[in-house]
Design a protein. Structure first.
Length: 220
């Protein structure tokens, strides 16, 4: 599902550093918590309408109040808090119709991983707007939760900060899933033992070097 997305960004510092480790490519982190306020500001400047999909009813109410107060010129096409379960086909169709009829240019999907990725992949040919997964960025953006200090963000420790805040919800993701990720990283690194793999990488980097700045190729 991720590979079929139009744009894929490295949300975490460890992911962005893997570009350097594996492919010798410098890649900045592009995370939802930093991206959301920039996109909201840009939407106001360009008069783009936005739609928020996901989050609890309480969060949605507070988000709408925050946006109306701090971004009065923002065109909010719609806000919807879906039930905490998988939707029926009829409900999915109704959601797609609602989003399309709202005229939204951007849909911010706040369902968390992997649910939001699954939802966006399923709705890709049904929703006519750009869909962007923002994970847990919304409560941070409106001030309900604090973000890790800058030194923890830069030191690849934001996951630890979030784990301390929400140990029950995030323990499995960070302790188990991250262990699997490290194992897969080792396997990927072992591919470089193959001369054919190294040669292909060198060819890719040569192509990258002659590409214009706005047409760079990134491998993930």
């Amino acid at each position: 599902m991720i590979n079929e997305a139009e744009i894929i960004t490295p949300d975490g510092v460890p992911i962005s550093k893997c570009f350097k480790l594996l492919y010798r490519i410098n890649q900045d982190r592009v995370d939802g918590m930093s991206m959301l306020p920039m996109l909201i500001k840009k939407a106001v400047e360009e008069n783009l309408s936005v739609y928020f999909y996901g989050g609890s009813p309480e969060l949605i109410i507070q988000a709408k109040s925050f946006l109306n107060t701090n971004y009065p010129l923002l065109n909010i096409a719609g806000i919807y808090s879906p039930p905490f379960r998988y939707l029926t086909e009829a409900e999915k169709s109704a959601v797609a119709i609602n989003i399309n009829s709202s005229g939204a240019n951007i849909v911010f999907v706040a369902l968390g991983c992997p649910k939001q990725e699954q939802w966006m992949a399923e709705m890709k040919d049904k929703v006519q707007s750009v869909m962007i997964g923002i994970g847990g960025a919304l409560p941070v953006f409106i001030g309900l939760q604090k973000r890790a200090p800058k030194w923890m963000q830069k030191g690849s420790l934001e996951w630890l900060y979030r784990l301390i805040l929400e140990p029950k919800r995030l323990f499995k993701r960070y302790m188990i899933t991250n262990s699997v990720f490290l194992w897969l990283l080792v396997l990927e690194k072992m591919k470089f033992i193959s001369p054919q793999y190294r040669a292909a990488l060198e060819d890719m980097n040569k192509i990258e070097a002659i590409k214009p700045e706005n047409e760079k190729i990134y491998i993930s």
